[in-house]
Design a protein around this ligand. Structure first.
Ligand code: F6P
Length: 395
């Protein structure tokens, strides 16, 4: 990462890490600010960051190298994408970091965040920086002015990334403009595309399964059944709940009848996504779990053995579902309005794992009960979660 303080670097770093981990790429963020706080204490005044402060510069360079050592050791033990999250605002610092990384056989891409929009900088300072241990117990106005003085020191020494430094992507004003230079290969291209869709407007994402279907009643997988009477009652409660909230979200459903029937009482337009269809249970489609165990014991055992990678004969695995949801994730990131996703158990487990940064191995077991709306609201770097059970409750 490259950029002045309060330009959203950590936000980007953590979002990219979450996305890549969700895709199954071993990714970790190394935040040099945390190393500084850990090794040098969190109460450094703004003058510590003055480029003319020789002692301060040396101390900062030492912790920066410590973080790099840890990152290189992590790569040595199988890490795939390391995100080195620091200001890295001088050419000299970037040169020394990148040369050590390249000597270890790593490909380096600089991600520079440039932001001149004062309102974004101000809100970033207030939402994230004031809550850092650096300012615990300090009055907000004193903390803001100290942080602004810190930024001013960095500004004096700042040298934007130049073309001769290698591959980079420069994100200007949170995605208003994105410049990509010498970006090649699958992961760097995904990175650029992801960064193009990122924004910082906080809005909620609501997830719910469709109302109970006739297949749910019989414990059958897949199919395209209609809602049961209890499922229709849930659809009515959901409509009421959303109307009472005073929010008119965008509504996304799958192409299966049970999600459209659940969305109907909302009285809102909805968009159908094939990517939101339930996991394809292939040859087992329409069977009960008991029938699969009885008639296809080898399949049942294989699924129990590894539910994440198990693929139904002529159907899908959870990993397949995660991969096909990628366009939904991009659209979710891009969308600035609240979104209500009405979908299915396996699909919502996968989306939830992305939003809550849960490991792929946990995905097939995440609890996503029927008749429950899961409200996720971004707060600083994470999501706040609220679950509301709507009637009728299912036994
Ligand atoms: O049982 C409802 C359902 O949506 C099925 O259609 C689907 O196969 C299943 O849930 C996914 O959950 P699991 O992976 O735990 O079987």
């Amino acid at each position: 990462m490259v950029g002045l303080p309060a330009r959203g670097k950590t936000h980007m770093a953590r979002r990219v890490a979450r996305y890549l981990r969700w895709l199954g790429v071993g990714t970790r963020v190394f935040n040099v600010g945390n190393y500084r706080r850990q090794h040098l204490g969190s109460r450094q005044p703004a003058r510590f960051f003055d480029p003319d402060n020789v002692e301060g510069n040396e101390a900062r360079a030492r912790v920066a190298m410590r973080a790099l050592d840890d990152m290189l050791a992590w790569f040595g033990s199988g890490g795939e994408v390391g995100i080195y999250d620091a200001t890295n605002t001088t050419r000299e610092r970037r040169r020394s970091l990148a040369s050590r990384m390249r000597a270890h056989g790593l490909d380096v891409v600089f991600v520079e965040s440039v932001c001149e929009d004062e309102s974004v900088i101000e809100s970033n300072i207030r939402q994230t920086k004031l809550h850092m241990p650096d300012y615990a117990g300090v009055a907000a106005s004193d903390a803001v002015s100290d942080f602004r003085a810190r930024i001013a020191h960095y500004e004096r020494a700042y040298e934007p990334v130049e073309e001769d430094e290698g591959a980079f992507v420069r994100v200007i004003d949170v995605g208003r403009k994105v410049v990509a230079h010498r970006i090649q290969g699958y992961l760097p291209s995904r990175l650029v595309y992801f960064l193009m869709n990122l924004h910082v407007v906080p809005r909620s994402i609501w997830l719910t399964r469709h109302g109970q279907s006739s297949f749910n009643v019989e414990d059958r997988v897949g199919g395209d059944p209609s809602l049961s009477p209890a499922g229709r009652e849930f659809a009515a409660s959901l409509g009421e709940h959303v109307r009472d909230s005073g929010i008119a979200p965008r509504v996304w459903i799958s192409t299966l009848a049970r999600t459209a029937q659940t969305a109907a009482p909302l009285g809102l337009p909805f968009e159908e996504w094939r990517a939101l269809d339930e996991i394809d249970s292939g040859d087992c489609d329409g069977m009960t779990y008991g029938e699969i165990r009885r008639d296809m014991p080898a399949e049942h055992a294989a699924r129990r053995e590894n539910k994440l990678t198990y693929r139904y004969p002529r159907g899908e695995s959870y990993l397949d579902v995660i991969r096909r949801l990628e366009p939904v994730i991009f659209e979710l990131e891009r969308e600035r309005r609240p979104v209500l996703v009405i979908a299915h158990q396996a699909v919502l487990r996968s989306l939830y794992a992305y939003l809550m940064d849960r490991a792929p191995s946990e995905v097939p077991y995440l609890p996503i009960p029927l008749h429950t709306i899961i409200k996720l609201t971004p707060i600083t770097y994470e999501c706040d979660e609220e679950r509301v059970a709507l009637s009728p409750a299912l036994a």
